[in-house]
Design a protein around this ligand. Structure first.
Ligand code: ATP
Ligand code: MG
Length: 423
């Protein structure tokens, strides 16, 4: 036998049995985004590597260790996108979308060469939002409200919100000095990674996931103490908005996020139900990024959520799978006619999800397949029914009696069935 080829580690097939929950999540998200007036933007999966280096930052986990970058046959340095924001900004500048405020969303796979584990994959999926051209705390509030609305729609409880303000660039520079002073005084207690970060990207030390570093980080100077009046007011107005909207949140002064482009508001939605990989949604402001990528200075705010992590939280029992009906055909003529009849039924009843048995077989084996398909009714066609112009309807789940109706009366009969709670 020929050697089997397997999928790449950390990159997963989404099988037909899992697809309904993905579709549920994507459908609900799209519906919520439309309710808030956001428009979709689709960008390529591959961009020049430079785009991510300049936006995410050279000294970040993503750019240093995780990017799938390569030289293409023409000698260009390209990368599979590790996240969506940089591409959205690139596209928005390229197509002059930034003359007016824009509310944009995107969805799709992202690629990072991390160590695969629960909640952490090498190809994973995000839905994200980017708003351009609005600089007030009102839009920060809107994007957070939008996420809460989505959790409600998905039936997710027990997500907690953490927020922080990173200040503006000069405030952060000032804070950076204070932090470096503190960390240098405790240099011996820093782990290897943090010792490196101290010179390259000291704020990232606060983001360390090493439990041994926790006490040290807890004693570090507080970023919020370094905010100026404008950024402080921005943050306080957001907090007041969250209070008024009845959203519980925790201010976490150590929340810094792993990408360099953020400023002012940052936030994460976190669950305790998934172990170490508990952040399901993360975002914030990035007012400097558009200019940094060559556009006119444009304030911006956005977030991205990790679909694999959200999928784990969704209660799948409320998600319908399988067709409504399964067409069973026994008898030579009925079988020869089944696909054509099924086609006619689909035309008559466009909302009907009808799976037509193919490949022959006896009554019993066809019914077994009908059961396994998850359909609620079997439509039964035999040669007798064919001669009489009728068709049998047999409920599959509550073991009801089969009754025969004229084929022309089937749409009504099925509507009745649906009204009776059948569909
Ligand atoms: P983490 O701290 O978990 O590494 P991050 O800061 O790298 O997250 P972002 O780049 O902000 O994450 O991405 C937003 C969301 O995308 C995360 O909160 C998470 O839900 C999801 N995500 C990020 N990386 C992965 C991954 N490798 N596999 C699955 N989901 C991911
Ligand atoms: Mg990460």
């Amino acid at each position: 036998m020929a050697k089997k080829i397997q999928a790449i580690r950390g990159m997963h097939d989404i099988l037909p049995a899992q697809a309904p929950v993905w579709q549920f999540l994507e459908d609900q998200a799209r519906a919520v985004l439309e309710r808030y007036g956001y428009s979709e933007l689709r960008t390529p999966l591959v961009e020049v590597t430079e785009l991510f280096k300049r936006s995410i930052g050279e000294v970040t986990d993503i750019v240093e260790k995780e990017m799938y970058s390569f030289e293409d046959r023409g000698g260009d340095q390209l990368a599979l996108r590790p996240e969506g924001t940089a591409s959205c900004v690139r596209a928005a500048i390229e197509h002059s979308l930034l003359d007016q405020p824009q509310r944009i969303w995107y969805s799709g796979p992202m690629f990072r060469r991390e160590r695969p584990q629960r909640g952490r994959y090498r190809q994973f999926h995000q839905i994200g939002v980017e708003v351009f051209g609005l600089d007030g705390p009102d839009i920060d509030l809107e994007v957070i409200l939008l996420t809460r609305q989505l959790w409600r729609t998905l039936g997710l409880k027990d997500l907690r919100l953490e927020i922080n303000s990173l200040g503006d660039a000069d405030e952060r520079a000032q804070y950076r000095d204070a932090l470096v002073g503190y960390l240098e005084a405790h240099f011996d207690q820093l782990d290897g990674d943090s010792q490196k970060r101290l010179t390259t990207n000291p704020l990232r030390v606060l983001d360390s996931k090493n439990p041994d570093m926790r006490a040290l980080i807890a004693g570090a100077p507080n970023l919020l103490d370094h905010l100026g009046d404008t950024t402080r007011t921005h943050f306080e107005t957001l907090c007041a908005g969250l209070d008024a909207a009845g959203i519980a949140y925790q201010v976490n002064p150590r929340l810094v996020r792993g990408l360099d482009y953020y400023n002012r508001t940052v936030f994460e939605w976190i669950t305790d139900a998934l172990g170490a990989q508990g952040t399901v949604c993360a975002g914030g402001r990035y007012d400097g990024l558009v200019a940094q990528l060559g556009g006119r200075p444009t304030p911006a705010v956005g977030f991205a959520m990790g679909l694999e992590r959200l999928i784990e939280l969704i209660d799948t029992s409320r998600i319908e799978t399988g067709p409504d009906a399964y067409l069973v055909a026994v008898g030579e003529r009925a079988q020869a006619d089944a696909v054509r009849l099924a086609e006619r039924l689909r035309e008559q009843i466009p909302a009907l999800r009808l799976l037509c048995h193919c490949g022959g077989g006896g009554f019993k084996s066809q019914f077994k397949k009908a059961d396994r398909s998850g359909a609620r009714v079997a439509l039964v066609l035999g040669d007798d029914e064919l001669d009489q112009g009728t068709i049998g309807i047999k409920p599959l789940r509550d073991n009801g009696e089969q009754r025969n109706v004229a084929i022309d009366a089937l749409p009504e009969a099925l509507t009745d069935f649906a009204r009776g709670g059948g569909f």
